[in-house]
Design a protein around this ligand. Structure first.
Ligand code: CTP
Length: 399
């Protein structure tokens, strides 16, 4: 597990019977060259002692937000910045609930709330607690916030019951983290480009033709790509959305501008065309505001197909070209046609006749059509989670 070498791991141990397993996790992380600092929640101290943790980890153990000594030595912000990665193990139902609410009532939750690093949760709890709707809802929220969840497994629990809720074994936890770090470091050498949002095609200086695309799915895809290590450029039509600093954002208005910026930003390794580019532009745009009394007709001509241009480029075709197909009918036929006609590796198709998903909505349900004739449905989820799943497929394809 060579990706762990010299990595700084902040281990947060919560109060559950599985807390004793964190000693084994520390042992494996140390063996693989990690530097470890630990936070023990108040109830974790009922299960493991700071002394055993510090002896094994050879690192500092923090246990109280208001400890004067700790605050002087290292404040909670610095602690979250120090880490390359935060591992919460075991993550109890109570901790999961606190994190879903964005609580900051103790050192552990404050550090997590203040963190800008990947956070892995390793749940462990009784099967009924795990299956409870509130836990499921909390996990859904945490996934949306990009927390990564490892496990739990099915098995016999400390309480004697059998079912899902048993903490994943430390060796598997560490392996998952190692393979995550491997993907990130490999992807950091790769470039990704995403087009998003609508375009405006001007009739006169104040009027234009546009569409209902919100850009949400494209922005979420750019964020997922960036979180997965890709150097990401987002070329966005007009939206009100914000994007994180790590992403290079280029704002455009018209299809022509989007096309020019796309050309300028090639070559890339993966390109996702999620923009709802207007198919037509106005042939003779008026340079002055058209008056009611004016007699005029609008003539349209086709805009350049940006996706088609990139996917058929002789020298700069990305390794992976992904298009979108927003359809109101014959979803599968139209998507497959687009996949072939536009020379894509993947087409992500969604049914925009249902107003609760797709355009403008925070949710989406898509079917991915692959070049090798396979297809795969990603069921209704918020657009951030759908993006994580799509980027997972991209990682696999590039491998
Ligand atoms: N696309 C593009 N440039 C265009 C038009 C579309 O890059 N000028 C991309 C979109 O970003 C999307 C894919 O092509 O990834 C399919 O777009 P869509 O509007 O669904 O298809 P069209 O090519 O416009 O075909 P049709 O109007 O027949 O549905």
């Amino acid at each position: 597990m060579k990706n762990l070498k010299k990595k700084k791991i902040l281990l947060i141990i919560c109060g559950g019977i599985a807390a004793y397993k964190s000693l084994e996790t520390i042992r494996i992380l140390k063996k693989n060259g990690c530097e470890i600092k630990t936070i023990l929640t108040k109830s974790a101290k009922e299960f493991v002692t700071p002394l055993s943790i510090s002896s094994l980890s050879q690192g500092k153990v923090y246990d109280d937000l208001f400890s004067v000594e700790n605050e002087i030595e290292m404040d909670h912000i610095a602690l979250s910045r120090w880490a390359d990665l935060i591992l919460v193990e075991p993550a109890t139902a109570n901790t999961i609930s606190k994190l879903a609410k964005g609580s900051s009532e103790d050192l552990a939750s404050t550090v997590i709330l203040a963190s800008n690093k990947p956070i892995f949760l390793v749940p462990a709890m009784n099967v009924r607690m795990w299956e409870h709707a509130s836990t499921k809802e909390n996990l859904e929220i945490l996934r949306k916030y990009s927390y990564k969840i490892i496990g739990p497994e099915v098995g016999e629990m400390a309480c004697g019951e059998y079912g899902e809720g048993k903490m994943t074994e430390p060796v598997s936890v560490v392996k998952t983290i190692d393979s995550y770090l491997f993907t990130i470091s490999k992807n950091s050498k790769l470039k990704a480009l995403v087009t998003a949002g609508p375009t405006n095609e001007y009739i006169d200086p104040v009027r234009f033709i546009t569409n209902k695309s919100s850009g949400k799915q494209g922005y979420e895809l750019a964020k997922s790509l960036s979180r997965n290590g890709y150097q990401t450029t987002l070329i966005s039509g007009p939206t009100n959305l914000k994007i994180t600093d790590e992403i290079k954002i280029i704002k455009v208005e018209t299809a022509e501008q989007m096309f020019k910026e796309t050309q300028k930003n090639l070559p890339v390794d993966v390109a996702i065309f999620s923009a709802a580019v207007a198919d037509f532009k106005i042939i003779k745009k008026k340079n002055f505001k058209i008056k009611k009394s004016d007699k005029f007709t609008i003539q349209l001509e086709k805009n350049v197909d940006i996706l088609n241009y990139v996917s058929n480029h002789n020298s700069m075709r990305p390794k992976l070209v992904i298009g979108f197909a927003a359809e109101t009918n014959n979803l599968e036929d139209n998507a497959i046609k687009k996949l072939k006609n536009k020379n894509c590796d993947m087409i992500i198709a969604n049914d925009v006749s249902d107003r609760s998903i797709g355009f403008e909505s925070d949710f989406n349900e898509v079917t991915i059509f692959y070049k090798n004739d396979e297809k795969e449905k990603l069921f209704l989820k918020n657009k951030s989670l759908i993006s994580e799943e799509i980027v997972e497929r991209i990682n696999n394809q590039l491998n």
